[in-house]
Design a protein around this ligand. Structure first.
Ligand code: WAQ
Ligand code: MG
Length: 264
């Protein structure tokens, strides 16, 4: 197999609109590029005047991972629920809520949206990413077709492309042993579903994380105290990872079901 990394980003008047990436076999290359261009042209944030597509042959065999189990928490999220989830992660809940609010305000200087993720480290959760405007960008990830089809089937009418992309990214992130979990709020104005991942549990979809119409969002990666940040960033940016399988999709109506999950 000849594998290629495909990356797309689009913008208008220098302002970022959307991005997407995957890893595909040579045979799928043309189809995927077409679908990325289509995606760029149909984004809710508006019509781009610039679309960049980059195709690169992989020099290294990708790490093959099974996607995190997905839990769909069917209740509108509130701070109390979030606090409990930070508790599960082993991260101070007070600081966790503060970071969630920072995402909603825009965590880059001047209240702008960061392009990548914040990194915060135990014991206090201070920010340690080298650049507060760019943050850290996870890259070189993909999912095989069969796994994508399986996810579509499992999630049914709750499947979205955002879910697929986020699950792929989050699986790569949490696979690193120094990561405790992640919090994500989309910056798409109409996409109010976010998620939290927790080591030993999985990927929890969180409904109504922000007001509809808000053009803010962001990500936080929560790190153990002994994390080597430079090594982590190198893994997140460069290591090719491909999702070969999805595990499960369960609906949850009460956060207590998660607190007593058999995975824990
Ligand atoms: N690496 C790190 N951070 C990123 C990346 C990346 N590759 N891409 C985006 N971010 C950061 C950046 O701050 C964005 O503002 C923020 O994350 C949100 O990105 O189960 O659509 O692409 O349905 O808007 C979650 C799906 C969708 C939940 C998340 O994120 C579900 C989404 P967006
Ligand atoms: Mg977005």
């Amino acid at each position: 197999m000849e594998l290629f990394s495909v990356k797309m980003r689009s913008s208008r008047e220098e302002e970022h609109i959307s991005g997407a990436e995957t890893i595909v076999d040579r045979a799928e290359l043309v189809e995927v590029v077409g679908s990325f261009v289509k995606r760029a042209l149909n984004h809710t944030k508006g019509e781009p005047d610039f679309i960049n597509v980059k195709i690169e042959k992989l020099k290294e065999k990708p790490l093959e991972l099974v996607a995190l189990p997905v839990y769909d928490l069917m209740i509108p999220i509130d701070e109390e629920t979030l606090r409990k989830l930070f508790g599960l992660m082993g991260f101070p809940d007070e600081r966790g809520i503060e970071l969630y609010r920072e995402i909603l305000r825009g965590a880059a200087p001047g209240g702008k949206v960061m392009r990548g993720a914040m990194l915060v480290k135990l014991p206090f959760g201070e920010r340690v990413e080298p650049d507060r405007e760019r943050g850290v960008r996870v890259s070189t990830v993909g999912i095989v077709k069969e796994a994508e089809e399986r996810l579509k089937k499992l999630a049914g009418d709750r499947y979205t492309e955002n879910l697929r992309d986020a699950l792929v990214l989050a699986t790569k992130v949490l696979n690193h042993p120094a990561v405790l979990g992640e919090l994500c709020v989309s910056d798409d104005p109409d996409y109010t579903t976010g998620y939290i991942t927790v080591r030993g549990l999985g990927y929890v979809r969180l409904r109504r994380m922000k007001e509809k119409g808000l053009r803010k969002g962001g990500r936080v990666f929560f790190l153990k105290e002994d994390c080597n940040v430079e090594e982590l960033i190198n893994y997140l940016e460069k290591k090719p990872v491909i999702i070969k399988e999805v595990s499960s999709y369960s609906s949850v109506v009460d956060v207590r079901e998660l607190l007593s999950s058999p995975m824990r």
